[in-house]
Write a protein that binds this ligand. Structure first.
Ligand SMILES: Nc1ncnc2c1ncn2[C@@H]1O[C@H](COP(=O)(O)OP(=O)(O)OP(=O)(O)O)[C@@H](O)[C@H]1O
Ligand SMILES: [Mg+2]
Length: 375
């Protein structure tokens, strides 16, 4: 009989050990999940959380267990989350998204999925961090959107181009034949100017839709800037704008497409000129800078014009975004593309009513390229 008892005891110990193992096994799986899982009583009290969220102040598992889950919801989200909680209690378990501020101050997107715990009256809240996913999604949408916009506008521009050149030709021939004078001549000239304006627009759109590859060669950045400045000489004179140049002459050469880069700076200059009135000062600075391992040439274009509203800043580089009556809004999207093609960076600092600074950083070519043309 004692033997039977002993066997039973052994069996009991074995079973208990097995149960413990199984418990540990399941526990490691739950702990290893990327999602955070909370188990909540019907009253909203947290009874289990899969990963200890140990904060700096030592808030651990014990600080979370036994508390009402809304204690961990930011005040601005409380009403919304409580509404979802009520839904869950009615048997509606739809996932929902929540944007929160993490401890380090970053914004995180969370996906919360409520579930009933089978065979009990308790609930699970599964919390997944979907910040990266959301970013990818929005980038993807944006690029798809831009491609479609480019194709559409290129199609239209292409259709307009040919009729435009025949209008231009006809105008020229007619003017020669009729030899108009006075007001009639003025009308001819207006028509011609408008046709040229349209041609420019159509070309901009085509360049935007089908960008060409830069033909890079060692170039002198200061020459490029001077060249670009000479292209806006007339409007600078018209508005009496002063130009200040602060050029570090020791920059050497940069591996870029001089024509393309020139076009980018003409656009930036033109924008600054548009933003300024009499008394305007355009300051152009060229200097060298380096971070970690990369050296840059930094070109800063500063104006004391009208500045840019903070709410506009996010749209500046969008094609067709313009605040000007006759603007096409393609200038800065072209600039950004050109700087991207040169692996550079562009940054805008602006204050409404005070002025704007465009800061362009271009990586300097290899040392050989610099030496070869430094003279
Ligand atoms: N230096 C600046 N100062 C104030 N606003 C600016 C400046 N640069 C750009 N902007 C604002 O950004 C908008 C977009 O500029 P962008 O060059 O892309 O188009 P645009 O100048 O309006 O037209 P486009 O260049 O195609 O003729 C402008 O309409 C203007 O509101
Ligand atoms: Mg412009």
């Amino acid at each position: 009989n004692a033997e039977v008892l002993q066997n039973e005891l052994k069996e009991n110990i074995r079973l208990r050990k097995e149960k413990e193992n199984l418990h540990n096994y399941l526990q490691t799986i739950v702990e290893s999940l990327p999602d955070k899982i909370f188990e909540i009583s019907p009253e909203g009290i947290i009874s289990f959380v899969n990963r200890e969220t140990i904060g700096k102040g030592g808030t651990g598992l014990r600080a979370i267990k036994g508390k009402h889950f809304t204690e961990f919801v930011a005040p601005e989200h409380k009403e919304f989350v409580l509404k979802k909680w009520e839904d869950a209690k009615k048997g509606i378990f739809r996932p929902y998204e929540l944007q929160v501020t993490a401890r380090d101050g970053t914004r995180r997107d969370l996906l919360i999925t409520p579930r009933p715990v089978k065979g009990t009256n308790r609930y699970l809240l599964v919390q997944r961090d979907i910040t990266e996913l959301k970013e990818l999604e929005s980038k993807y949408c944006e690029s798809k959107h831009l491609t479609a916009l480019g194709q559409l506008s290129a199609g239209i521009a292409h259709e307009i181009r040919n009729p435009l050149s025949s209008i231009k030709m006809s105008l020229k021939i007619l003017q020669k034949r009729l030899n108009p004078k006075g007001n009639d001549l003025k009308r001819f000239e207006i028509a011609q100017r408008e046709v040229e304006h349209l041609e420019g627009l159509v070309n901009d759109v085509l360049v935007f839709a089908k960008p060409s590859e830069p033909k890079k060669k060692p170039s002198n950045i200061i020459n490029i800037l001077e060249q670009a400045l000479s292209m806006v000489e007339q409007p600078l004179l018209d508005k009496g704008i002063k130009v200040e140049k602060i050029f570090d002459k020791g920059i050497g050469s940069v591996d870029v497409d001089p024509m393309m880069l020139g076009r980018a700076f003409i656009n930036i200059f033109q924008n600054s000129i548009d933003a300024m009135d009499q008394g305007g000062v355009l300051t152009i600075t060229v200097r060298r800078s380096s971070d970690d391992e990369v050296s840059y040439v930094v070109i800063e274009v500063k104006d004391n014009g009208c500045g840019i509203a903070e709410s506009d800043l996010q749209y500046l580089f969008n094609p067709f975004f313009t605040r000007k009556r006759y603007g096409t809004g393609l200038g800065l999207s072209q600039v950004q593309r050109i700087i991207d093609q040169h692996k550079g960076k562009i940054e805008i600092l602006s204050e409404e009513g005070k002025g704007t600074r465009f800061i362009v950083r271009l990586p300097l070519g290899n040392a050989e390229g610099i030496k070869a043309t430094a003279t």
